[in-house]
Every structure is written in C-alpha cells, then in structure tokens.
Design a protein around this ligand. Structure first.
Ligand SMILES: O=P(O)(O)OC[C@H]1O[C@H](OP(=O)(O)OP(=O)(O)O)[C@H](O)[C@@H]1O
Ligand SMILES: Nc1nc2[nH]cnc2c(=O)[nH]1
Length: 179
C-alpha cells in the first residue's frame, strides 16, 4: 500500500491522542447517563472501536449502513437505509459516530431521521471534518480534526474499498486515480 500514498496527514499517534481527549470529554458530558453509540458503516468502524474502548462507562453500540443516491463521488443528501438500527431510540442518549463529514448531507439526513425516533438527545462525534461541512447547519459536538478539502484514505476511509485498514490518515498518489 505504501507506494500508493502521497503523504500522511494524521499519524496513528495523533489520532489516538485526540481520541483520548474526546473520550474524556464524552465521559464527563454523559456521566451517570446510559449512552448509545451509533456507528455509520463502514467508515466509522475504526473510530468506533478506538473511541468506545477509551470510555470509562459501559455504553451500548449499534450500527447503521446508509447509501447516498449521489452520482459519482458527491453525496446527494438523498439517503437510503441499507441496514437499520436494532435499538429502539425512545428516551435514549444517542451519539452518532462518524469517520468524516464532507458535504454534511449524509449527517444532516441521519440526524433528522434519528431525531424522529424519540431519543432524549442526539449528538455527533466525527474524527474528521472538511470545510464544506460548514455550509450545512449541523451542530457537531465532538470533532477530531478539521482537515483541508482533499480526498483522504485510511483509518476506516476507503478508495474503491481499499486502504480502510491503514492505521493513519493520508492522501493518495496521483497514479492511483489513473492520473
Ligand atoms: O458529508 P458527506 O459528503 O455526506 O460524506 C460523508 C459520508 O461519506 C462517507 O461514507 P461513504 O458513503 O463513503 O461510505 P463508507 O463509510 O461505507 O465508505 C462517510 O463515512 C460519511 O458517512
Ligand atoms: N475515503 C473518503 N471518503 C470520503 N467521503 C467523503 N469524503 C471522503 C474522503 O475524503 N475520503
């Protein structure tokens, strides 16, 4: 995989240090409350696993898989549920866990979908956020890193289903895109 990478944007150590800080914040914010973490497949698998292990209280974890009806690489904001949650959200404290917010359209849809299920609270944690996300009115409680508007892979993020298992976040060399 090494030859396919252009540069490392965030090292494994940087990601883990930031997760330590975010987990401490979440522990403090949800003290005495039952928390349900909702991971958005597939990209959020790494951040979910690493974040959940850092939390001191016992949390529940559930998963959703969604697909945007966008053409090409852009999300359209029209979302189809491929796998729904098992949990009933009524009265629950829900924390959506994402790997990246790019256009923000997926999350905006997800937020209103989950809010309609009667939870006590719904908040969002994302490892990465791109500048475009600021155009959508979504309040993100926990952000790992604000990154430039570049296509990134690793730590759950793929290009054509590859590179998800890289332990860091990086950019791809032009030859990978066929340039
Ligand atoms: O803010 P947006 O522009 O809507 O993009 C963000 C979404 O894109 C990625 O998922 P993707 O559709 O690539 O699926 P994956 O997690 O299975 O790779 C990511 O995990 C977010 O869910
Ligand atoms: N792999 C990957 N998926 C994304 N989905 C939205 N933005 C990105 C990105 O930069 N990389």
């Amino acid at each position: 995989m090494g030859d396919d990478l252009e540069r490392v944007l965030l090292s494994e150590e940087q990601l883990h240090q930031r997760l330590d800080e975010i987990a401490a914040q979440i522990d403090a914010d949800y003290e005495g409350k039952d928390l349900l973490l909702v991971g958005v497949l597939k990209g959020a698998v790494m951040v979910m696993a690493d974040l959940a292990r850092r939390l001191h209280s016992s949390v529940q974890m559930d998963w959703m898989a969604v697909s945007s009806y966008g053409s090409g690489t852009k999300s359209s904001g029209v979302v189809r549920i491929l796998k729904d949650l098992d949990a009933d959200l009524t009265g629950r404290h829900v924390l959506i866990v994402e790997d990246i917010i790019d256009s923000g359209l997926t999350l905006s849809w997800l937020l209103s979908n989950l809010r309609s299920r009667g939870p006590a609270t719904v908040e969002i944690a994302t490892m990465l956020r791109k500048p475009e996300a600021s155009k959508v009115d979504v309040d993100v409680r926990y952000v790992g890193f604000d990154i430039p508007n570049e296509f990134v892979v690793g730590y759950g993020l793929d290009y054509a289903e590859k590179y998800r298992n890289l332990p860091f976040v990086g950019t791809l060399a032009p030859h990978v895109y066929g340039a």
